[in-house]
Design a protein around this ligand. Structure first.
Ligand code: UGA
Length: 452
């Protein structure tokens, strides 16, 4: 099929590259010439594992084209996917970019004879596609449903693993406004992907996306609450608790009698709390949508509340362990909101850094990919140094806080903490290190959900 994609952020670009890789002809539309030039050269404008090599491949084979010419792209394709941003402003998502893109596509469809399906891929609150997008499309095109189609097709792509998630989906949700839209749109996925296609209406599709992210965030906050109770009680290892909970076959199904061990703790693991551009924004948006339509969502509010307590709890523990923060130098290991990305949006690490600066600590920060973005985020903060080598960040410090579980960080041998730090003490906020091993090396270990 020929497919246009509006928006070349990590969702739009990954979708475009993967669909091109699967044999479709894709037009990636963006207004910024810098982005078009970069894509056309086969160089991804965003950091995402595997994307560069796949982009280079599909550009070379002429399967993907970047363009600013939306009109030509829509005219030459059967489907247009809208994957523009929905910034969180004033307690809810702003639909400015969506509305603009929908209007522009609608106006182009006015002059198009062939049937064309418009797809909303951006995350939008339930009712957006049928009550906002559809009327704009009708008005801009002067046409009725049936002359064009409309679907809501949410994405489930994790930053850093987006390509793999796209190529190996757990499920494909198609929220179709009518049968014809579904029949045409499903051809994008049918025969190309080994996953169930779930046909629903647009509102249900929108809700599936929010419910998925909300459940995952709920698991994280739940684990962190169990960790907090365990810390206060003492002598409990909340990681062992949640690992054991996760091994219940209702969470971790057995495949031919074998437990799928590594995933048993995913999202059921104590840690520094969730961040990023999705979980905090999506849950807050669902809360405000829910309140607006007359339901007070108590669980969702608590999920956010527990998450917002996490940085404060880390700071409190640190103050207790280090006695005085203001005359200490602390290494921050990991600045991105999670591993394998340079994204620092809503990063718990950045929030902790701000609190520690306020408390008067000197900080030495390290991240394998996010240093430049973190510098921008922390512009104007004094007493902060950034390093591209963790050894330099560790040198002469009184404590190291592990905030992002990059492999290069979790692989740091305990001998190096001993070698470089003034006083080898590590606060494991990702529960990624072996506390018994730390003890063997004489490294003081503090972990979320783990107190002697
Ligand atoms: C999330 C969802 O996982 C995707 O399915 C969804 O498509 C995406 O949002 C989106 O809405 O676009 P993402 O934000 O990239 O993806 O990251 P996750 O890997 O899910 O992590 C989110 C946050 O939770 C991170 O801060 C991460 O460190 C934290 N997390 C994750 C934990 O604290 N513990 C865990 O066990 C897992």
């Amino acid at each position: 099929m020929n497919i246009s994609i509006i928006g070349t952020g990590y969702v739009g670009l990954v979708t475009g590259v993967c669909l091109a890789y699967k044999g479709h002809k894709v037009f990636c539309v963006d207004k910024q010439q810098r982005i078009i030039d970069s894509i056309s050269r086969g160089v991804s404008p965003i950091y995402e594992q595997q994307l560069d090599s796949m982009l280079a491949h599909v550009i070379k084979n002429d399967e993907l084209k970047a363009t600013a010419d939306l009109s030509q792209a829509v005219m030459d394709s059967e489907i247009t996917i809208i994957a523009v941003g929905t910034p969180y402003i004033g307690g809810q998502i702003a639909l400015t970019y969506i509305k603009k893109a929908v209007y522009e596509v609608g106006a182009i469809l006015k002059n198009k004879k062939d049937y064309h399906v418009v797809c909303i891929k951006s995350t939008v609150v339930p009712t957006t596609t049928d009550t906002i997008v559809l009327p704009i499309l009708k008005q801009a095109s002067g046409k009725e449903l049936g002359d064009f189609g409309l679907v809501m097709n949410p994405e489930f792509l994790k930053e850093g693993e987006a390509v793999q998630d796209f190529l190996n989906p757990d499920r494909i949700i198609i929220g179709a406004i009518d049968e014809k839209s579904y029949e045409v749109f499903k051809n994008i996925y049918q025969y190309h992907f080994d996953a169930p296609i779930i046909k629903v209406n647009p509102r249900t599709a929108e809700m599936i996306k929010y419910a998925s992210n909300s459940l995952l965030a709920t698991l994280i906050s739940f684990s962190n609450e169990i960790a907090a109770i365990s810390e206060e009680a003492g002598g409990i290892d909340a990681l062992k608790v949640m690992e054991s909970v996760g091994l219940d076959k209702r969470f971790t199904p057995k495949v031919r009698g074998e437990l799928i061990k590594p995933d048993a703790t995913k999202y059921l693991k104590p840690g520094r709390g969730f961040g990023g551009s999705c979980f905090p924004k999506d849950i807050k948006s669902l809360i405000s949508f829910s309140v607006k339509i007359g339901y007070d969502p108590k669980i969702l509010k608590s999920v956010i509340a527990v998450n917002e307590l996490q940085v404060g709890r880390i700071l409190c523990t640190l103050k207790k362990e280090l006695l005085r923060i203001e005359d200490k130098t602390i290494a921050i290991l990991g600045l991105a909101f999670k591993a394998n990305t340079d994204d620092v949006r809503e990063s718990q690490s950045i929030k902790l850094i701000k609190e520690l600066m306020e408390a008067g600590a000197k900080l030495k920060c390290y991240d394998p990919a996010a240093v430049e973005k973190a510098k921008k985020e922390l512009l104007g903060c004094d007493g902060l140094e950034f390093f591209n080598d963790y050894r330099e960040a560790l040198a002469g410090t009184d404590a190291a806080i592990l905030m992002t579980d990059w492999k290069i960080i979790t692989d740091i041998p305990f001998s190096e903490y001993v070698k470089f730090m003034k006083a080898p003490a590590v606060f494991d906020c990702c529960r990624a290190l072996d506390h018994d091993k730390a003890k063997l090396f004489g490294v003081k270990y503090i972990g979320i959900g783990f107190r002697k």
